[in-house]
Design a protein around this ligand. Structure first.
Ligand code: NAD
Length: 497
C-alpha cells in the first residue's frame, strides 16, 4: 500500500517509521497509509522554511502576487484532481468538494492584492520636519494546523495570505485527509514558488507539539475542535507565538413566525445535511419561535430528510456522502441513541441507513430530533454529523438568550421578513458570523472568518484583512530631516502642544 509522505523544501519525502491508514469513507477500506512526522522531520522542515525566508521576504510583493496569479490558474486547471482527492478521503460529494476548492481559490485571488494591502500607512508632518509611517513586514516561519472537514479550503484560508505577506509556511494537515495538501504544494512549486517557502508535514500530536514549541516558528493558525484549539492557544502563546485557534460550533437557525418557510426549509436542509453536517458552520439547531412554526417546520422537514440522496461522493447530483471515519460515524450514532434516551422525539432516524453495494462504508441517514431541550447533551455538544435538533421557544428574546447561553458562538442566522427583527437579532446576538435569511454566513475572502466565545481563541480572524495583521508585524518609523537648523536640547517629553 502506498505511503503518502511530506512535502519539504520543494519535494516529496516519504521516510517515516510511524504511519497510519487513510480510509476511503465510501468503501470503508484503507486506501493508503500516511506518514506521521517525527520531531526530527519537523525540525528539518522548520530549518528549510527558515533558510527560504530571507529571499522570500525580499521578493517584491508584486512578484509574490504574480506567483499566486499563476497558482490560481493552475488550481482551476487541476480542480478535478484536487476534488477527487477530497472525495476519496473525506467522502463529501463531488459538487460540494468543488465548492470548497472554489472558496479557497477566492482567498488566493484576494492574496494577489499583496501590493495594495502591504503598502503601509504614512503621516507627513507629525512634528517639525518629521514624518512617520508604518510598514508591515512578515513574521518569518509560520505554521498552519488544519482539520479533516475542509481538506483544501481551510489550508487555503491560511497559506495564500501568509505567503503573500512574505512568510514561509509549514502546513500540518489532518492525518485523515493528507492528499489534497500535497497536490496544493506541488502546484505552488509549478507556479514558481521557491523551495522551502511552502512545506507540508503530515502527522499527529508529535508534529504539532514541535511546531508549537520551536522558537523559530513565529505564529500558528489552527482550525479544529475546541479542546485542541484551546491546547494550541495556551501552548503556543506560552512559547511566545502569535496564535489564532478556531474551534468548534453549534450553530442555531432562528425561524420567526413571519419567515418565508419555503425558502427557510430548503436553506436549513442544505446547511444541516450538506457535507453530512461536518461543517463548522453547519446548522445543527433550529430554534422555532412558537409551537405553530415548530410543528410546520417539522412537518415540512421530515419528508425532505427521509429523501436525502445519499451515496458515494464520486457520483454526481447527490446531497450527502458518508461520514469521515468509522469511529466518527459510531460517535454520531451514539448521539442519536442518547437523544432518544434523553427524551427528544426521533422524527427521522438515520441509524439504519445502508447503501447498496457499500455495506462497509461509513454511512448514516439524515436524522431529525424534535422537542430538544437545552439541558440535553444532544443540544449542548457539537455532534458534527447529519443530525438536526429542533428547539421551541416563545419569542425572539428567548431565542437570543438561548443562543447566548451556549458555549460556542461561531455562526447563526435568522429567517424573517421583518427588517427590525433582523436588526435586533444581529445587534444583540453574541456570535461572530450572523446570517439574515442566509443559512451559512461564511464571510467572503475580502472579509474575515471567526467565531466568538469558545469558537475562537485569539484576537484576529482567518483570511481577509485580519490575516494581513496576523501574518505581519507593524513597524513604525519616525524620521526627521532637519531643515530648520539646530534645535535646543529638549528635556520635556516632546509633544505638539
Ligand atoms: P481536531 O481538533 O481533531 O484536529 C484538528 C487538527 O489538530 C488536526 O490536524 C489534528 O492532527 C490535530 N490534533 C488533533 N488532536 C491533537 C492533539 N491532542 N494535540 C495536537 N494536535 C492535535 O479536529 P477535526 O476532527 O479534524 O475537525 C473537526 C473540528 O474542527 C470540529 O470541531 C469543527 O467544528 C472544527 N472546525 C472549526 C472551524 C472553524 O472555522 N471554527 C472550521 C472547520 C472545522
Amino acid at each position: 500500500m502506498e505511503t503518502l509522505g511530506h512535502y519539504i523544501d520543494g519535494k516529496r519525502v516519504a521516510d517515516e517509521t510511524r504511519t497510519q491508514p487513510v480510509f476511503n469513507p465510501a468503501t470503508g477500506s484503507p486506501a493508503h497509509q500516511v506518514a506521521l512526522a517525527s520531531t526530527a522531520t519537523v525540525e528539518a522542515t522548520i530549518a528549510a522554511a527558515q533558510t527560504a525566508f530571507p529571499a522570500w521576504r525580499a521578493t517584491q510583493p508584486l512578484k509574490r502576487a504574480r506567483i499566486l496569479f499563476k497558482y490560481k490558474e493552475l488550481l482551476e486547471k487541476n480542480a478535478d484532481r484536487v476534488v477527487e482527492a477530497i472525495v476519496a478521503e473525506h467522502g463529501k460529494v463531488w459538487e460540494d468538494a468543488h465548492g470548497e476548492l472554489a472558496r479557497g481559490i477566492e482567498v488566493v485571488e484576494y492574496a494577489c492584492g499583496a501590493p495594495e494591502f502591504l503598502k503601509g500607512e504614512y503621516s507627513r508632518d507629525v512634528g517639525p520636519d518629521i514624518d512617520s509611517w508604518s510598514e508591515f513586514p512578515p513574521l518569518g516561519v509560520v505554521a498552519g494546523i488544519t482539520p479533516f472537514n475542509f481538506p483544501a479550503m481551510v489550508p487555503m484560508w491560511m497559506f495564500p495570505m501568509a505567503l503573500a505577506c512574505g512568510n514561509t509556511f509549514i502546513l500540518k494537515p489532518s492525518e485523515k485527509v493528507p492528499s489534497a495538501s500535497l497536490i496544493l504544494a506541488e502546484l505552488l512549486t509549478e507556479a514558481g514558488l521557491p523551495p522551502g517557502v511552502f512545506n507540508v508535514v503530515n502527522g499527529d500530536k508529535e508534529a504539532v507539539d514541535k511546531l508549537l514549541t520551536d522558537p523559530r516558528v513565529k505564529a500558528v493558525s489552527f482550525v479544529g475542535s475546541t479542546p485542541v484549539a484551546e491546547y494550541i492557544y495556551t501552548t503556543g502563546t506560552a512559547h511566545g507565538k502569535r496564535v489564532q485557534a478556531l474551534g468548534g460550533a453549534k450553530n442555531h437557525a432562528v425561524v420567526m413566525p413571519d419567515a418565508d418557510l419555503d425558502n427557510a426549509v430548503n436553506a436549513i436542509m442544505g446547511a444541516a445535511y450538506g457535507s453530512c453536517g461536518e461543517r463548522c458552520m453547519a446548522i445543527s439547531v433550529v430554534v422555532a419561535v412558537g409551537d405553530a412554526v415548530g410543528d410546520e417546520l417539522v412537518r415540512r422537514l421530515k419528508p425532505k430528510v427521509e429523501n436525502l440522496r445519499i451515496g458515494n461522493g464520486t457520483e454526481r447530483g447527490l446531497d450527502m456522502g458518508p461520514l469521515v471515519t468509522g469511529p466518527h460515524r459510531d460517535k454520531v450514532r451514539g448521539y442519536i441513541d442518547l437523544g432518544a434516551e434523553e427524551g427528544a422525539e426521533l422524527v427521522v432516524d438515520g441509524r439504519n441507513f445502508k447503501l447498496a453495494g457499500h455495506k462497509e462504508g461509513f454511512f448514516l441517514g439524515g436524522t431529525l430530533l424534535d422537542h430538544v431541550r437545552p439541558d440535553m447533551r444532544v443540544y449542548q455538544d457539537e455532534i458534527f454529523g447529519p443530525v438536526l435538533a429542533v428547539v421551541r421557544v416563545q419569542d425572539l428574546a428567548e431565542a437570543i438568550a438561548l443562543i447566548d447561553a451556549h458555549e460556542f458562538g461561531n455562526g447563526t442566522c435568522v429567517f424573517t421578513r421583518d427588517g427590525a427583527v433582523a436588526r435586533r437579532f444581529s445587534d444583540a446576538v453574541q456570535v461572530g458570523m450572523v446570517g439574515i435569511n442566509v443559512p451559512l454566513p461564511v464571510p467572503v475572502a475580502c472579509q474575515s472568518f471567526g467565531g466568538w466565545k469558545r469558537s475562537l481563541f485569539g484576537d484576529l480572524y482567518a483570511y481577509g484583512p485580519d490575516a494581513v495583521r496576523f501574518y505581519t508585524r507593524r513597524k513604525t518609523m519616525t524620521q526627521r530631516w532637519a531643515v530648520r537648523g539646530v534645535e535646543k536640547a529638549q528635556f520635556a517629553f516632546p509633544s505638539n502642544g
